[in-house]
Design a protein around this ligand. Sequence first.
Ligand SMILES: *[C@@H]1O[C@H](CO)[C@@H](O)[C@H](O)[C@H]1NC(C)=O
Ligand SMILES: *[C@@H]1O[C@H](CO)[C@@H](O)[C@H](O)[C@H]1NC(C)=O
Ligand SMILES: *[C@@H]1O[C@H](CO)[C@@H](O)[C@H](O)[C@H]1NC(C)=O
Ligand SMILES: *[C@@H]1O[C@H](CO)[C@@H](O)[C@H](O)[C@H]1NC(C)=O
Ligand SMILES: *[C@@H]1O[C@H](CO)[C@@H](O)[C@H](O)[C@H]1NC(C)=O
Length: 750
Amino acid sequence: MSLLFLLAPMLLWLMPLASTLGHSSPECISRKTIPYHKDNGHLFSKKGVWNYSTMLLREDLGLLLLGARDVIYALDLDNISNKNASVEWEVPTTKQTECKKKGKDGEIHCKNYIRILHTMNDGRMYVCGTNAFDPECDIMSYKDGRLTLEKKEEDGKGKCPFSPFQSYASIMVGDDLYSATSMNFLGSEPVVMRSSSVSIRTEFKSSWLNEPSFISMAQMPESENSKEGDDDKVYLFFNEIALEYDSYSKLMVPRVARVCKGDLGGQRTLQKRWTSFLKAMVDCPVLESRLPFTVQGTYLFCDPQEPLEGCLFYAVFTPQQADLSDLTAVCVYRVSDISALFSKGKYKNSLPVETSYMKWVMYSGEVPSPRPGACIDNEARKQGITQTLDLPDRTLQFIKDRPLMDQAVLPVGEGPLLVRRGAAFLRIIVNGVKAVDGQKYNVVFIGTESGTMVKAVQCDGKMFIIEEVELFPSREPVKVLKLSEVKGQLYAGSVSVAVQVPLATCGRSLSCVDCVLARDPYCAWDKTTSKCISHLNVQRKLIQSVTEGDASLCPASDTVKPVNESIWLRGNLRLPCPPPSNLAVVSWQMDSLPLPLSNHLQVSADSLLIFNASESHAGRYRCLSLERSQAGDYTTVVADYQVRLAPGEAGRPSPQARQDGLSLAGLQAALGIVAILLAALLCWNFYSGHLPLPCKRGSGEESGYGSTPPHAGLEGGKKHTGHGISATNGENVSLHTPRPLQHIADESEI
Ligand SMILES: *[C@@H]1O[C@H](CO)[C@@H](O)[C@H](O)[C@H]1NC(C)=O
Ligand SMILES: *[C@@H]1O[C@H](CO)[C@@H](O)[C@H](O)[C@H]1NC(C)=O
Ligand SMILES: *[C@@H]1O[C@H](CO)[C@@H](O)[C@H](O)[C@H]1NC(C)=O
Ligand SMILES: *[C@@H]1O[C@H](CO)[C@@H](O)[C@H](O)[C@H]1NC(C)=O
Ligand SMILES: *[C@@H]1O[C@H](CO)[C@@H](O)[C@H](O)[C@H]1NC(C)=O
């Protein structure tokens, strides 16, 4: 009993401690860990209903549309525990039987998993489901408190996956659906398509899409104020098996692709196919990893007050399975960098090497005009080409054979914004917040594999993790994450529940120092009410310091009132002192002097233990917490005890509950075990290299997988690290990729 009581909190506490030791910067430790509690937010789940993985925000209706298995819900945006309406969309029995006949599981596969939920121009909604391996789409409306499906029975092939386990991504632009998924039962025919009056899709060729897993889509209105008369674009993130690297095993690479909205396909070549499908590798170089990390989720962030050129893609990455690390990363890309790479970069070209084998190298020959893969712009219009149907065959044939760019897209700062060891990052959302100082800060919300939400603020190109909150009652991966700025709420879904949590819970900070050290741009300390509050819509002067965490701005804190405790002679006593944050270092004072540690006084994670007390143990005990921020070190008193010796000896009935019956031998044994565990934990940490983990980007160093190409090539021949594109192409230095994976940099070398 006493052992457990001692060990459980101690071990929990040792983990962050052990990982603090090696760091100068605390960026990868979340300042607070908030365990699941039903009062953290609102929860929605229905018995027997699973897979809450599709969400659509309808702020105009005050609703959250939630697509699950065989059903769609309309929930109250203010409190998703309130269901306003629902509509069932089940698979007809005949179709179920058919599905089972094909060897599929009735309970798992032969159901209707809602995969697409978008708003159309007229306010109705477009919805598609897997429908027992026969994807179907329909139109849904919300009227007079009711959700209704129009039962259009539209073919969902190419829009929605067949299997609930196949990947998908989609976006609605006007009334045109852009979708990326698999066209067939087996999942072997990947497609990126636009369903509109003229449907356009990808060519079925492995150089276009090779065993892809689709992640996300976003649209960019790049025609706005474009000097080149450019078109709007739709971007797609996915992972696929790379064709361009020699490797014995399949190597997955993260990609970004884009198409132009005005694309109508070619006249003869590429008829009803994209003429503007271009793709490139997205690099998120994590130093420790040999293999490229794969993308799991992205978010297009545009500051509404800034020009569109400033838009950014935030993306989360995880290692490939073969790569047994537990690192996970955030990388940020400028849309303008991606756009420039597609409009100015070099293409990759395939050449046959040794009869049956194809090698992908940089294309250094002549590029036809109009530029292959470009949208129709002023340049093309000058040549009399006003639509893709007018494009010459030369341009079309070129892009049909070479949709891949030679260079990779590099993140802002050429490295990750955040690298952390722990639960894999799966989803990401970014919100720009104006702080009390009038500055805008980007706050990042990340959904993880273990069902937590990591909240971090970006300052001077660095991340500070404010907190990590457990979202769900069980540790399920976050499948979907949405943010409503209007409501100030975040919505997350997993296989068994959907939850809603506020963007900020300032009330968790009870002191000014804690409120300021949290560096949460949503929260500030109000001197008049002595509360940490959300500063939006508050006119009073409030205390906040997002960039530095300058807690010296706080008024002299109210001293913690001393608590009276008494102890028997030879008795034992526990004085609790929970550390206020994961970054705080707690220490004890006795009568204003550092605590003299002895057999009688032992400090644990969240308390001080006095045992076999003598007269000398009576006195004033204070627990201090020291937390460091960029602005300085701040010490606060967390707990204050006045301990008096009670007359008599231990063994008589205990005068209070705290004076629990811990035996001295038990305590010493417990502490001995803890000491051994701590030593073992530290050894393990050093051994497994956990301690020297960099949280910030490694300043310009080569990534591990860049300098050592994965699985030495079949040729095993030349290795080029610094990729010499400047030798052949001096036009855009910013497009350099310092870490190509290929072994041959240029086709002239073959
Ligand atoms: C949210 O809705 C649930 C279910 O109706 C209710 O029990 C709960 O009190 C509501 N919470 C708030 C804050 O309104
Ligand atoms: C949804 O239900 C809640 C209460 O159950 C109500 O306050 C809200 O107005 C409803 N929303 C709509 C759009 O009907
Ligand atoms: C749907 O939910 C069930 C139950 O939690 C889970 O076992 C299954 O893997 C989920 N299916 C998908 C496609 O997410
Ligand atoms: C603690 O004891 C002192 C002296 O006996 C007394 O003045 C004080 O009020 C007590 N404090 C509390 C909180 O009971
Ligand atoms: C407790 O302390 C006293 C003297 O301070 C010592 O004589 C005694 O042996 C100790 N008891 C135990 C169980 O260690």
